[in-house]
Ligand binder design. Structure first.
Ligand SMILES: C[S@@+](CC[C@H](N)C(=O)[O-])C[C@H]1O[C@@H](n2cnc3c(N)ncnc32)[C@H](O)[C@@H]1O
Length: 148
């Protein structure tokens, strides 16, 4: 059985190589030959070929037995079968909500200043973020292998 690494929200893969090198080096210390499967997740419309190319280029000359794959699915749902992922990570992605919890008036972002957080709009955004975070963590809990 391979050791499975999943990244959520990989985009072009430019920021994927460094964390993957760190994880794979650590795995190689306790298991020098174990096959390692890397799943790069992003939305289906992402240019996954760029992610595959940059991660393959960044890792291939360093490690043997590493298999790089794509998982094109919205991570607010379960992406992997239950109990199949050993370690998961995400960079600069979880602050992106699938839908705005209330209309945006002055920016494409919700700026969480203390003043705005106390407004009706702020309360809606915090509620929306908590819902998003809970869904993300619940789905990852299902996917992660116990003792992985
Ligand atoms: C700001 S970019 C960060 C990219 C990369 N991780 C980095 O650190 O440079 C956020 C990425 O998350 C992806 N993303 C946002 N919401 C997502 C979702 N619900 N499911 C899958 N991918 C998502 C976007 O498509 C985008 O590629």
């Amino acid at each position: 059985m391979p050791f499975v690494i999943a990244e959520f929200g990989c985009a072009t893969g430019a920021a994927s190589v460094l964390p993957l090198k760190t994880i794979i080096s650590a795995v190689r210390k306790f298991s020098p030959e174990m096959p390692i499967q890397v799943f790069l997740n992003d939305l289906p419309e992402n240019h996954h070929s760029l992610a595959i190319a940059s991660v393959t280029e960044g890792l291939s000359h360093l490690f043997e037995e590493v298999y790089i794959m794509v998982a094109g699915k919205d991570f607010t749902q379960q992406v992997f079968p239950a109990g199949t992922v050993d370690i998961a990570f995400s960079n600069m992605t979880l602050m992106i909500l699938p839908l705005p919890p209330s209309p945006r008036t002055d920016n494409i972002f919700f700026l969480a200043t203390p003043e705005k957080l106390n407004s009706d709009q702020g309360v809606e955004w915090v509620k929306g973020f908590n819902k998003h975070w809970t869904a993300f963590v619940t789905n990852r809990q299902r996917e992660l292998r116990e003792n992985g």
